[in-house]
Design a protein around this ligand. Structure first.
Ligand code: BEZ
Length: 213
């Protein structure tokens, strides 16, 4: 499998999950998707990550995003683990965990990095848009839990770019000024798109208030 790159079509698959068999494209529908892998069931860091994902259900839903996790263990084990996650993280896991015991999806998405571990998936994240295009990937080691606020922040940035032709500067947070993307040069278009105005720090660095606030 060639490495998946940004802008590629995220490949479809069918796989069993904690919520029954899933055809990925059918399950995704018109939503954005966060597909993320875990080294194994009953591991401590993953337990906290899955609890946090469940706790952020409203935040994902607000953005039209469906989370789906993956671990290379069978459904029965996932279900037992989910009971532990709900108990220890004080939440209700409300999204599927792919049961990728045959590594079909892990191989398809290159989630096993043999020099890190021959058997366990690393912590991969794939942010996929409603056209099934891969918009963001990142990869963490097994020992480092991911920052799910950062996942939401990246989704906000991508959706701002799609909706308003703005990009987000360093350490941007929701509500901060954003930058007008360089391809927008026509003054009439700028005036129409950014009625709140903009500040040109340099001709190529034009700050404007976040348009959807
Ligand atoms: C975990 O998944 O919790 C984990 C995996 C490898 C090292 C440390 C933690």
């Amino acid at each position: 499998m060639a490495t998946l790159r940004l802008g590629d079509t995220a490949p479809n698959f069918s796989q069993d999950s904690s919520e029954g068999p899933i055809d990925f494209y059918e399950w995704a529908g018109n939503s954005w998707v966060v597909l993320f892998s875990h080294p194994a069931d009953f591991t401590p860091v993953c337990t906290t990550e899955l609890g946090k994902t469940a706790a952020l259900a409203t935040e994902f839903a607000k953005r039209g995003v469906k989370p789906i996790a993956l671990s290379v263990d069978p459904v029965g084990k996932h279900k037992e683990w989910i009971a532990d996650i709900n108990e220890t993280q004080n939440t209700t896991v409300n999204f599927p965990i792919l049961a990728d015991a045959d590594r079909k999806v892990s191989d398809l998405y290159d989630m096993i990095h043999p020099n890190a571990s021959a058997t366990a998936t690393v912590r991969s994240v794939f942010i996929i848009d409603p056209k099934h295009l891969l918009r963001t990937t990142f990869t963490y080691p097994a020992s480092t839990g991911r920052n799910f606020d950062e996942i939401l922040r990246v989704i906000d940035s991508l959706q701002l770019t799609d909706g308003y032709k703005v990009a987000t500067p360093v350490n941007w947070k929701d509500g901060d000024d954003v930058v007008i993307i360089p391809s927008i040069q026509d003054p009439a278009e700028i005036a129409e798109r950014f009625p709140k105005g903009f500040k040109a720090v340099k001709p190529y660095l034009r700050l404007t208030p976040q348009p959807n606030k």
